[in-house]
Design a protein around this ligand. Structure first.
Ligand code: GLC
Length: 751
């Protein structure tokens, strides 16, 4: 129903908000004061043309039923309901909707958003980078920033203005379905990588034609839900939220992130979407966030239908806006609700004005009224090269017994490589979540080239050295009945080396897909054991969305390479690493458990656990945070500090000698951890506070210097305040988070 007042009742328009020479704040004020209530309500709506209604089976949400909005409905959303934003629109529909927006009274352009979270991956043919989890193992801030830049150019070329990225969730329970979308388990590393990709997306000046609005999500502590259960409640105090989860968002705000998304989850019984303390007070007032907040998918209505903290959509809509959210993602009913709430005096129109102002200010800052599509060819040579370089830095060598790898290039002529496993030739598994395969709805369209599956990459690089490659899938990844193990054993009889590519698949990662059992699924384990029994060198390659509990692989494989979801060039890089054309330099951004029952197994644990371990599991992680091998090895010595006592606010300067004691040039990721030896609240055994990726030639040594402001050594005290407490600290520097490899030096913060 159209509530709009007749144009004749309205004042003549002051069109000076269209004057691009005016400051964004001035343009916002001029436009806002001329808007009707309906136009304001429309600006707060983000609409999807692809309707996805949750599918319930015996009362449980088990997925989505997809249907397409009719042309008339879509037209009505732009013309009669003044829709301010659409998401997941691609192709000519973007131009159609945008041209409709220019037929409206105020001609406010529609803001298009999409989940371009590892490249413009919903666009088949664009540059598809490694997933966030994969790229985070590069610890390469410049490479991650460049991935953001490339993504921004390719998304902007489609006429889309906003990506719902980066995910700043902290993946501390790997049973959670969305671990693949995160930068791992550490707040500091996530904050650094998140800031880097935000700067890549938004460029230095949002006004550039290829600048893209970033979106820090999912605010806040999503993924910390009890039991790793997606969107469930987490038992966190506000102090704990500040201590562990706020840092990445603080850094995102400091990096100028244009938008923030509130997640589905609840904290201690209050949905974050309805939590005014977290959204309005902490994010907007305390951190000074000036952009706008968008809810996740239909969060407002979930307050009624799922979390039952609102009796109806009217109440939920008012609650959502009052809490500090500005835009409603896919809660169409909130349009009428907003109008009715204001008309009946139940909601002060000032709440709408604040939200509309933030959205309009962002649109003006982006230059949306003047913006044209970036003229760039997707997946051009420069973009592909940036992808390849980041992928090369993202792989993690977890085992290399007796120096099996790299395979000897000079002797590779006639080398027979048998490649097996369900993920050896599966681009869908390799791409992971949030690609055209999975969104805006699941489909199986063939992926456009270029890309290399693991098999194709081994063939490509192996052929350069005369190796021959045979392949057999050997088993299914989910169905344990579906196995051809005898045939697999037959195949490897004539092989010189076995490469088994295992892991998980798209059906085991993402929303609604938490796992209680992190073991290799299907018949992967029996396949591996049969291959081990053939007595040939066994290289296991992991293609997976999250750490899996693979103690047998660690014990029995001769070499293990973690690739996670490695994007277009994963196979090529694997081939390069197998033959030593690329030296592996990645380090884990997330810990692996021996057993899913060991979760959470993150490295920065608090002290106090009686026995520090489960009776039936080792104390340490299967593979710890920060861990990764190389084809060379680095020796750390002579850790020294500028001084041993610091006033609060001074900067600690450290230097450590790192020697490349091997035969191959490579990069090393030097990591710096601290422990607060006595604190007013318990603090972790160690916390990452700095890192540096350094290139060191074979045989050479490098004095690595790193500075850390002592303000970084804060605690969140019992009153929830961020304070640096004087006293003794332990500085630890080394190649990963294991105590036994870290150089240690005590220092003091003075009163
Ligand atoms: C999804 C996700 C969120 C995504 C949004 C739009 O449900 O939770 O990360 O950005 O909806 O696709």
């Amino acid at each position: 129903m159209n509530h709009d007042p007749k144009d004749s009742d309205l004042m003549p328009l002051d069109l000076s908000y269209l004057d691009a020479s005016k400051a964004p704040k001035e343009r916002t004020a001029i436009l806002l004061r001329q808007m009707t209530l309906e136009e304001k309500a429309g600006q707060l709506m983000q609409i999807t043309c692809m309707k996805a209604d949750p599918r319930f089976e015996d009362g449980k949400a088990t997925g989505w039923i997809y249907s397409r909005m009719s042309d008339e409905e879509r037209h009505a959303w732009v013309i009669s309901r003044h829709g301010g934003s659409f998401l997941h629109v691609l192709g000519e529909e973007i131009d159609l909707i945008q041209s409709l927006s220019q037929q409206t009274r105020l001609k406010i352009p529609v803001l298009f958003g999409i989940d371009a979270i590892h490249g413009h991956a919903l666009h088949n043919g664009a540059t598809i980078f490694p997933s966030q989890l994969a790229m985070s193992c590069s610890w390469d801030l410049e490479g991650v920033r460049e991935a953001g830049r490339v993504t921004a150019k390719e998304v902007s070329a489609d006429g889309i203005h906003w990506t719902f990225s980066p995910v700043l969730c902290i993946a501390r329970d790997t049973r959670w379905g969305r671990v693949n979308e995160t930068f791992g388990e550490d707040p500091y590393l996530i904050g650094e990588l998140g800031s880097a990709i935000i700067k890549g997306y938004q460029n230095d000046n949002l006004m550039g034609e290829d600048s893209l609005l970033a979106c820090a999500k999912h605010y806040i502590a999503y993924g910390e839900s009890t039991g790793g259960r997606d969107s469930y409640d987490s038992q966190l105090s506000l102090r704990k939220v500040r201590e562990v989860f706020l840092e990445p968002f603080e850094k995102a705000v400091r990096a100028g992130c244009a938008t923030v998304m509130t997640g589905y989850q609840s904290i201690d019984g209050t949905p974050v979407t309805a939590n005014e303390t977290l959204v309005r007070k902490i994010l907007k007032e305390e951190l000074g966030f000036e952009g706008f907040v968008v809810t996740d998918w239909n969060n407002a209505e979930s307050l009624v239908t799922q979390q039952r903290v609102a009796a109806d959509l009217l109440e939920a809509t008012a609650m959502t806006l009052r809490a500090g959210n500005d835009m409603f993602m896919n809660t169409p009913g909130s349009y009428e609700a907003l109008i009715e709430l204001v008309r009946t005096g139940k909601l002060d129109e000032a709440y709408l004005d604040e939200a509309v102002a933030r959205i309009l200010l962002t649109k003006f800052r982006l230059g949306l009224f003047e913006k044209t599509k970036a003229k760039v060819e997707v997946a051009n040579e420069a973009h592909l090269q940036a992808n390849l370089e980041l992928t090369r830095k993202s792989f993690v060598l977890l085992e290399n017994k007796n120096g099996l790898l790299p395979l000897d290039k000079s002797g590779a002529k006639g080398l027979k490589i048998a490649v097996l496993g369900p993920n050896a030739d599966d681009v869908k598994a390799q791409y992971g979540d949030w690609t055209f395969f999975s969104h805006p709805f699941p489909k199986d369209e063939p992926a456009k080239r270029p890309y290399y599956t693991m098999l194709e990459g081994i063939r490509e690089v192996g052929s350069r050295f005369g190796a021959t490659v045979s392949y057999y899938k050997g088993c299914d990844i989910m169905n344990s009945e579906d196995q051809q193990i005898q045939e697999a054993v037959e195949l490897v009889k004539t092989a010189d080396v076995i490469v088994a590519v295992v892991g998980d698949c798209l059906d085991q990662n993402g929303e609604f897909k938490d796992r209680a059992n992190l073991d290799l699924s299907g018949a992967q384990q029996p396949l591996l054991e049969a291959l081990r029994g053939c007595g040939k060198p066994l290289i296991v390659v992991l293609v997976n969305g999250k750490p899996l509990s693979i103690p047998w692989v660690k014990a029995q494989a001769d070499a293990v390479i973690e690739t996670f979801n490695s994007g277009m060039f994963g196979g090529l890089v694997l081939g390069e690493i197998l033959f030593g054309e690329t030296v592996p330099s990645g380090k884990l951004s997330i810990s692996f458990p021996y057993h899913s029952g060991q979760c959470p197994v993150y490295y920065n644990q608090l002290p106090g656990w009686h026995g520090s371990k489960y009776m039936d599991q080792p104390m340490e992680a299967l593979y710890p945070f920060g861990y990764g091998l190389s084809y060379t090895h680095f020796e750390y010595s002579q850790l020294r500090l500028s001084k041993d006592q610091y006033a609060i606010g001074e900067t600690l300067e450290l230097e450590v000698d790192v020697k490349n004691a091997g035969k191959l040039d490579s990069e090393e990721i030097v990591q710096v951890y601290i422990q607060d030896l006595v604190s007013s609240v318990m603090t972790p055994y160690k916390q990452l506070k700095a890192f540096k990726r350094v290139f060191i030639r074979a045989g050479e040594s490098c004095a690595v210097t790193i500075s850390i402001p002592t303000t970084e050594f804060y605690v969140i005290n019992g009153e929830g305040k961020k304070v640096v407490e004087p006293g003794a600290f332990l500085l630890m520097v080394g190649p990963d988070s294991r105590d036994q490899v870290l150089l240690k030096h005590q220092f003091e913060i003075l009163k």
